[in-house]
Design a protein around this ligand. Structure first.
Ligand code: CA
Length: 233
């Protein structure tokens, strides 16, 4: 049974989500404000976190950032309010896996939850079948996709769950062109949002971490009008 943590300060939203998710067969835990939310994420193990952005004491963004810095790879779906377009991109860059804008339908939320949980399972089963527990060298970093660790000259490189997934997908298709649409479909799992610009932002961040000179990339090349190609180093 998948265990979901809801971090949400509005009682109606929190209780409504809890009832509906329990009805769907999920085990649900919840926190009512930021500090206790982060504490629960750090101390317990969940399959998924639904994280409100505007929270008392600590914002959803700060919780997300802090969780990732502490090595927590649990998938996070942000609950954002309408008109927080910029915040969505920021949230993804801080390590969230997806976001959903309030007000949302239960049906839409359940679809997102299932997609994120399924991706998590795919990652784990791929890890077993492909024996990706070995470390591979990509540019200036050494990456282990099964433990979500990356090192540069022995120092840990901070990378979000999403950045690992994108890098892994590019690596699995190395020396071939991967389109932005392929990445959106594979990594985000649905086609409406986010935009291809989001993909480009993630690629920029990855280049900062793996390229010797990010302004003149030698590893993740841009294929104009289509997408990207990762060259084996
Ligand atoms: Ca709130």
């Amino acid at each position: 049974m998948s265990r979901i943590l809801i971090v949400e300060d509005e009682p109606n939203m929190r209780l409504g989500l809890r009832d509906n998710l329990e009805f769907e067969g999920y085990e649900v835990d919840f926190a009512e404000e930021g500090n206790s939310g982060l504490k629960k994420i750090l101390e317990n193990s969940y399959n998924l976190v639904l994280l409100d952005v505007m929270l008392p004491n600590m914002s959803g963004f700060d919780i997300c950032k802090s969780a990732r810095r502490n090595g927590i790879t649990t998938p996070i779906i942000l609950l954002t309010a309408k008109g927080e377009e910029i915040d969505k991109v920021l949230g993804l860059e801080l390590g969230a896996d997806d976001y959903i804008t309030k007000p949302f339908s239960l049906r839409e939320l359940l679809a997102r939850i299932k997609a994120v949980l399924r991706r998590g399972e795919l990652v784990s089963s791929n890890q077993v079948s492909e024996k990706t527990s070995t470390t591979v060298k990509i540019g200036k970093i050494d990456v282990c996709f099964s433990t979500y660790n990356a090192f540069s000259d022995g120092d840990q490189v901070q990378m979000s769950h999403k950045e690992f997934e994108i890098l892994k997908f590019l690596y699995e298709h190395r020396n071939k062109t991967v389109s932005r649409d392929d990445l959106l479909k594979e990594i985000w799992g649905y086609e409406e949002n986010p935009t291809t610009r989001t993909v480009d932002n993630f690629i920029l961040k990855l280049r900062q971490k793996i390229e010797k000179d990010p302004n003149h990339p030698q590893i993740i090349l841009t294929v104009h009008g289509i997408g990207y190609k990762l060259l084996e180093s």
